[in-house]
Design a protein around this ligand. Structure first.
Ligand SMILES: Cc1cc2nc3c(=O)[nH]c(=O)nc-3n(C[C@H](O)[C@H](O)[C@H](O)COP(=O)(O)OP(=O)(O)OC[C@H]3O[C@@H](n4cnc5c(N)ncnc54)[C@H](O)[C@@H]3O)c2cc1C
Length: 467
């Protein structure tokens, strides 16, 4: 195997705000991974696995090194409709997975806000969904996975077998090995529909108390937060809490479970192709435009109501408008997501929102969720909440934005919060040390030495947070 110069490609993050050039190697079989490790060692290059490559930051970028494109390893290998256990190659996307299992009455136990992610990417980030407070992260539903270590060893990990690696590689961002296949347990569903309750919340305090009080009665809960509102309305927004239907509740379950009932429409009002929408959104993506849109959205949310919608519509809201991130313009978009204990969240986010207004760099989209802790080594979870904030990046605001996000980090740290490596692009080695603690980092590094003695697996994220 060689690395022809034409594989030297520019890769980006999801928001097109970060760019890096690497040797991109297409992986079709497990043996290709081993061949690439050997070549990397010979050439003195580092290696990073990449699924779809749609993380918000630098987790699947590797400047000057090799990037393993895992999207070609995308076969569903086994599917047991009786137990709901599926075995897939790591490049299978959530879209492929739910298309395969949903018509037979199953749904992935945890999904991200987009269905474009791969299972390898989801495990390596240990993604959380709108059900994190009860279902935990995706890692809690993994029966077993197979991983290739840079030594060439192909090993299986489960909560019982190689348990230390199981809890470190899930959420380990590909820094210990490359996952080749995954066995995952699906969740039973009895309808293709989900019942959603939507109600408005006038401020941050009610936003957080709403998440706290209503999570126990629902399977899923998520909040939209108007990041541009200030004063008494700071943190206002709308909560959406949803429940799966019980057996027998949907008289047309046979119909609603069909894929034809789940598809997100490709056209707006049946006329305009949605893939063109981002061009129309672009002129409104400035501070004034977003404030106007948010105010209109909040006013339209004042009518509290309940409705039913398909699983795909509820879970993959962010896939409604293809390429919506392009509407942020040339500089792109980044996301900042902080996780805070329920006792300190309100005051920390009040400070963060006020700071973003003061700096003239408001977030354009805010999403809140309810979380609980888990036992994965590099966990980002807390008994509390998360707030994800999207920011527009421009050539002019880039340095100022970076400074502001570092100020956010200090606020989050002093409030006992945690950070999610799949999202934030500023978290430094010092911040990482402060929130994970020296003992956890030492444990991770010991495992790294064992799995990857020559230090082949490195990404831009790895160099940022560990060196
Ligand atoms: C619109 C949008 C909505 C999102 N919503 C959510 C959400 O609700 N909850 C949430 O938790 N996250 C969410 N995310 C984040 C997303 O789920 C993660 O960033 C996920 O890792 C992306 O999957 P990917 O296949 O693109 O992975 P990549 O970005 O390609 O890779 C992510 C990480 O996984 C590693 N990796 C990839 N494949 C392998 C492999 N086979 N073996 C070992 N390591 C591997 C990479 O090295 C990298 O560290 C969202 C992202 C977007 C763009």
């Amino acid at each position: 195997m060689s690395l022809p110069l034409n594989t030297f490609t520019q890769l980006e993050n999801f928001g097109h705000s970060l760019k890096s050039t690497s040797y991109r190697v297409q992986i079709q079989r497990t043996e290709d991974i081993y061949d690439t490790f050997r070549l990397a060692k010979k050439l003195g290059l580092t290696v990073t696995a990449r699924g779809t490559g749609i993380s918000y930051n630098d987790v699947s970028l590797n400047s000057g090194g090799i990037v393993l494109d895992m999207s070609g390893m995308n076969r569903i290998l086994e599917w047991d409709t009786a137990s709901g256990v599926v075995r897939c190659e790591a490049g299978v996307t959530l879209r492929q997975l739910w298309h395969h299992v949903e018509p037979e009455g199953w749904w992935p136990p945890v999904v991200s806000g987009t269905m474009r992610t791969t299972l390898g990417g989801c495990l390596s980030a240990n993604i959380h969904g709108k059900n994190n407070f009860q279902a935990g992260p995706i890692g809690e539903h993994v029966v077993e996975f197979t991983v290739m270590l840079p030594t060439g060893a192909l090993i299986k990990c489960s909560p019982k077998k190689n348990a230390d690696l199981f809890y470190a590689m899930i959420g380990g961002f590909g820094m210990l090995g490359v996952i080749t296949s995954i066995k995952l347990k699906m969740k039973r569903i009895y309808s293709g529909l989900i019942t959603v309750d939507a109600w408005h919340v006038p401020n941050l305090s009610r936003q957080l108390s709403g998440l706290l009080e209503h999570a126990p009665d629902h399977d899923y809960i998520v909040g939209w937060l108007d990041t541009t509102a200030s004063g008494k309305s700071l943190g206002r927004g709308q909560l959406h809490a949803a429940n799966n239907l019980n057996e027998g509740e949907d008289p047309n379950a046979g119909e609603t479970l069909k894929l034809s009932h789940q598809h997100l429409p490709a056209r707006l009002f049946g006329v305009m192709p949605k893939r063109l929408l981002h061009y129309f959104m672009n002129p409104f993506l400035n501070n004034l435009g977003v404030k106007t849109i948010n105010t209109a959205k909040y006013i339209s949310s004042l009518r509290d109501h309940s409705f039913r919608q398909s699983h795909a519509e509820y879970h993959f809201l962010l896939d409604y408008v293809p390429d919506w991130e392009r509407s942020f313009g040339r500089g792109g978009l980044i996301q900042y997501q902080s996780f805070l204990p329920k006792e300190t969240a309100e005051s920390a986010w009040r400070e963060i929102l006020q700071l973003s207004h003061k700096r003239g760099l408001p977030s354009y989209l805010g999403v809140t969720k309810r979380h609980r802790p888990d036992k994965f080594l590099l966990s980002h979870a807390v008994d509390g909440f998360s707030l994800a904030m999207d920011f527009k990046v421009t050539d002019r605001n880039r340095a100022k934005m970076s400074g502001m996000l570092q100020e956010f980090d200090r606020i989050v740290l002093s409030a006992g919060g945690r950070f999610y490596f799949a999202k934030n692009s500023e978290t430094s080695a010092e911040t990482t040390e402060a929130f994970l603690g020296m003992a956890t980092i030492a444990k991770f590094k010991k495992l790294k030495k064992r799995c990857d003695p020559n230090g082949l697996l490195e990404s831009d994220l790895y160099r940022r947070i560990f060196k």
